[in-house]
Design a protein around this ligand. Structure first.
Ligand code: MG
Length: 240
């Protein structure tokens, strides 16, 4: 048998394997690119509109838009997506401000709260030591990032999050904890970690229900204002 015939035979045998034909054709998705979300993503911020966001009391978002970026207006409060999400792939870009006079948690500080419950810490962690579970890329208070791939302040950085919501029984109790995988600037920093409950400041409501994505207006007594910027925020719902 020639090499070509052997390959043809192998492909034929694979096609006969149980289930090989039972798998549906995966839907085609335009993957997008820098600044362009995949075609099946739900866009929460496209650089122009605050329509997908509100504050905790449901009032219109008071954060501002400058140069296509969403800017945290200090003191106006956290921003909540109107949409609620369960398991999802979530993409967020952010830039921390240059705050040379500040150190530790007083530097550019914010957070992305999955379902308003679990904080993925945002911090200027470039040459700025702090406690490990409070560094950029940490699941705040629970898991330190595996490495620190932070870029300097003022530069755009990316979080790509794979979140699986907790599994729940018919009695509404969590039977399997939620999990988080996080690529920070494309580098793996959280590898399918199991959430130990809500993080500090997270909503302790029904963990079995979807929740909004929340962007933190971080308060620190030594800091007058935060100038955290965000852009290109989208998510893709995943099966639970
Ligand atoms: Mg924070």
């Amino acid at each position: 048998m020639t090499r070509k015939q052997r390959v043809r035979l192998a492909l034929w045998l694979i096609s006969l394997a149980p289930g090989a034909r039972a798998q549906p054709e995966p839907p085609a998705v335009d993957p997008g690119g820098p600044g362009r979300p995949p075609s099946d993503a739900i866009v929460l911020f496209d650089g122009k509109s605050l329509a997908e966001w509100v504050h905790e009391d449901g009032s219109p978002a008071k954060w501002t838009i400058a140069g296509g970026a969403l800017v945290c207006k200090s003191g106006t409060g956290h921003l909540y997506s109107k949409r609620r999400h369960g398991s999802a792939q979530i993409h967020v870009e952010f830039a921390t401000p240059l705050m040379t006079e500040a150190t530790n948690q007083a530097r550019g500080n914010s957070g992305v709260y999955l379902q308003n419950r679990y904080e993925i810490q945002i911090l200027d962690s470039y040459r700025n030591p702090t406690y490990a579970v409070g560094a950029a890329g940490a699941v705040y208070g629970q898991y330190a990032p595996l490495v620190n791939p932070s870029r300097p302040p003022e530069q755009w950085q990316t979080y790509d999050i794979i979140f699986h919501a907790p599994a729940c029984g018919p009695d509404g109790k969590v039977t399997r904890p939620g999990t988080v995988t996080l690529l920070y600037n494309g580098v793996l920093v959280q590898d399918h970690v199991a959430l130990k409950g809500v993080t500090g400041g997270g909503a302790g409501d029904d963990l079995c229900k979807p929740g909004p994505l929340m962007l933190q207006d971080h308060f620190h007594p030594d800091v007058k204002e935060t100038f955290l910027r965000f852009r290109n925020i989208w998510f893709r719902p995943l099966p639970d």
